[in-house]
Design a protein around this ligand. Structure first.
Ligand code: ATP
Ligand code: MN
Length: 463
């Protein structure tokens, strides 16, 4: 017998297809079916969508006592010989010579019976849901996409930077920052004193690694971060999480056009990679989660993204004859309904919207020559809406400083950020891609809570 963790994985067993070979696998029983004299077990070990079919003959010494009591969810270790399978849809099956029950799962109690469960129900059993076909497939696709992101940037010579998770720069969305403190409220007043703050000042969980990524871009050229991000926004939508992962490349000596090119190239690379490397899982999503998903993704990899300015977007929305819940006029922040209308109905493909009003964008975005817009770009995709938000950064010291003041930010607090413009400043640009929005787009999952293993949303963080 091979040692713990040394079993070949079922995906590799199924690929080998060599009849006569002896193997040992371990996994969880999905189903058992008895015929006269033997039983079929479908065993899944999470390495792939497919189960390995096990033939358990009644001559096995524990056939009556163990095998015939196996139910969905039990874990087993099986030793046997591969043989050609007469059943269609699978090349090999395993004729068991030994079946060891490693862990039972009481069928009266185990919540994951064979029938299909709703995703809402599965969220209540976050700890068991990766054992379902759909959530297992999401986990594998998510892993592959993460790898693809790193491959893309590494192949292009980008350097990964680990930006801090605890931060004291709360310029972006101060209201959305989770505070980090060891301070207890004063007995009596109920207030926590600043002098008690662990870092000597207000600290929080990062809402973006961008400002710190800029530090490294202006030393190393092309860098990226890929890490956890936290936003205490109370938006209970199908596209927002309180904890999510963000990919943020930052490129020195690069303008908005270079930025858009990299973002488009990266998205296309990731989609191609996952369609090539996870064909079975992608086929599952295409058939059961979003019909036409693969065609949608090929449309993205094969066509150029559409480009319009914010002002053009507003004109299109005003003249389209459709009434939106949130009225459109120049100066508003585009809402999800507007974004989705543009990418789904008008352009029917990813769309890059540029040059937003300065007033609705953060101080670090570069002011355009017109003085009232900034060199921003958002990428909107059908079904999800905004997937990428980025910009060219303001590299001019004076402009940046006055934009800070206008936003009510004390430049003294950001001396380090201004220093980047004081010493060897250079044009630079970058963007943030929400990793879960990417996984959502790629899998067709309607709710973002299904594409992260342990979702955190207002009132929800079970394990
Ligand atoms: P939205 O308008 O959709 O709330 P945003 O404009 O606040 O997003 P940015 O600050 O531009 O988002 O963040 C960059 C990217 O991070 C977004 O394009 C999106 O893909 C992702 N993102 C932002 N907020 C969340 C969230 N709460 N949960 C998951 N992903 C998010
Ligand atoms: Mn944005």
């Amino acid at each position: 017998m091979t040692g713990e963790n040394m079993h070949p994985r079922i995906n590799s067993v199924l690929q080998r297809q060599t009849a006569g070979e002896k193997v040992e696998v371990a996994g969880w029983v999905r189903t058992r079916r008895d015929t006269g004299g033997f039983s079929f077990l479908e065993v899944n070990d999470g390495s792939c969508l497919a189960n390995l079919q096990i033939i358990a003959d009644k001559t096995l010494e524990n056939y009556e006592q163990d095998v015939k009591r196996l139910t969905t969810g039990c874990s087993v270790r099986v030793e046997g010989t591969l043989q050609k399978s007469p059943a269609k849809g699978q090349a090999v099956e395993l004729l068991a010579s030994r079946i060891e029950v490693v862990g039972w799962a009481d069928p009266e109690q185990y919540p994951l019976q064979k029938k299909r469960h709703s995703f809402e129900f599965l969220r209540e059993i976050t700890h068991l849901r990766p054992r379902t076909n759909a959530l297992g497939a999401v986990a594998r696709v998510r892993s592959r996409l993460s790898f693809a992101v790193h491959s893309f940037f590494q192949q292009k010579g980008f350097i990964q930077v680990h930006t801090p998770i605890i931060t004291t720069s709360d310029c972006e969305g101060a209201g959305e920052m989770f505070q980090v403190t060891t301070a207890r409220p004063h007995a009596g007043t109920g207030k926590g004193g600043l002098e008690e703050e662990f870092f000597g000042r207000r600290a929080g969980l990062t809402v973006s690694g961008q400002l710190q990524a800029e530090v490294y871009a202006l030393a190393l050229g092309n860098v990226y971060t890929f890490g956890p991000t936290f936003r205490a926004e109370n938006s209970n939508t199908s596209r927002h999480l309180a904890e999510f992962w963000m990919i943020e490349p930052e490129m020195a000596f690069c303008d908005l056009h270079g930025n858009m090119r990299i973002a488009e190239e990266m998205l296309k690379y990731c989609l191609r990679d996952v369609m090539l490397n996870c064909p079975e899982d992608m086929d599952l999503f295409d058939r059961f989660i979003e019909k036409g998903l693969l065609a949608k993704l090929r449309n993205v990899t094969d066509l150029d993204f559409a480009h319009i300015t914010y002002s053009e977007a507003v004109e299109t929305l005003l003249s389209c004859g459709k009434t939106f819940e949130f009225a459109v006029q120049w100066g508003i922040d585009l809402q999800s309904e507007h974004e989705r209308y543009l990418s789904e109905e008008v352009y029917k493909r990813p769309l890059i919207v540029t040059d937003y009003p300065a007033a609705i964008k953060p101080f670090y975005m570069r002011v355009n020559d017109d003085g009232r817009t900034v060199a921003a770009m958002d990428i909107l995709v059908p079904g999800v809406g905004e997937i990428v938000g980025g910009s060219q950064r303001e590299e001019r010291y004076d402009v940046l400083e006055s934009r800070m003041r206008a936003a009510g930010i004390d430049p003294a607090e950001y001396g380090w950020y201004l220093d980047l413009r004081r010493y060897g400043s250079a044009p630079h640009a970058g963007f943030g891609l929400g990793f879960e929005r990417l996984v959502q787009f790629v899998t067709g999952m309607a709710n973002i809570r299904e594409v992260i293993p342990f979702p955190r949303t207002p009132g929800f963080a079970p394990c």
